[in-house]
Design a protein around this ligand. Sequence first.
Ligand code: NAP
Length: 297
Amino acid sequence: MHSQNDEVAAVSVRGTTRVVGVFGYPVRHSASPPMHNAAFAALGLDWVYVPFEVAPESLGAAIAGVRALGMAGVNVTVPLKEQVAPYLDAVSERARLIGSVNTVVNDRGRLIGDSTDGPGFLAALAGAGVEITGRKVVVLGAGGSARAVVHALAEAGAQVVVANRTPERARAMAERFASVGNIDAVPLTEEALREALRGAAALVNTTSAGMHPQENEMPPVPADALEPTLFVSDLIYNPAETRLLALARARGCRVQNGVEMLVQQGAIAFSRWTGIEHPPVDVMRAAVQNAIRRRTP
Ligand code: NAP
């Protein structure tokens, strides 16, 4: 049964309705449909955002569907983000470098791919008043989300230190982005992190350590290296407060979970599709929080 404020009730689909959506596998837990549909409803736009479960072997056909159906665009999520580029007409330099596309815009029949994850992450930091240009930022992890975050930080002029459980992946990423900015790679150990965090402006967890259902896990960050001047960001939003964020908060650090990055990357995609420069981010944030609350056990 749908609750009174369920997003389904707000959507009215007509012959004129513009369609966007998300391709993922699986996709049923995505918070993006409620987030975008709430924004369309708040602005009275005749648009709808639909989740599509697309098996990797059907991705080419699904992208052909975007063209055939005249969809305004799509988001692309795990595991398709790294596979979609060959089906598009062009991808941004950023998407090419990080090897991932999360937003496709249908520009009068030409499908253009970009990644709004990195810019969304930077917008989340900026919204919290965190200055990173010329400052050291320590990033934990070297997976897909780390590539977007590290690229964005390096491009914005931060001195990035990447620490990963599999050190070769961190080194490979530092080499891959060497032309973008200043990136060092270190192992994910207490000793290396204590050294790396000295004088750092921010610590960002992009690993899945601590994500539901492994809430008890935590990257090996030594508590005594968490100075109150450090800003600590965790890309995880389920649970809302990971063990890392709880520890950082107890040490007096300002903290931020992954909700804001999710909202900001969505707001940028929304702008690209609709041309609306200032999407209703407060509405989008509330819809995401509501969606996460409803699906959290
Ligand atoms: P991914 O590509 O699979 O990468 C996972 C990373 O986590 C790798 O660096 C891996 O290290 C590391 N890792 C996994 N388990 C670990 C552990 N127990 N201890 C230490 N390191 C561990 O995943 P992803 O796509 O980057 O996603 C990572 C997290 O970010 C997920 O929690 C995801 O929900 C979140 N995320 C949030 C947003 C947002 O908008 N807020 C967007 C994207 C992702 P190895 O290289 O050694 O395996």
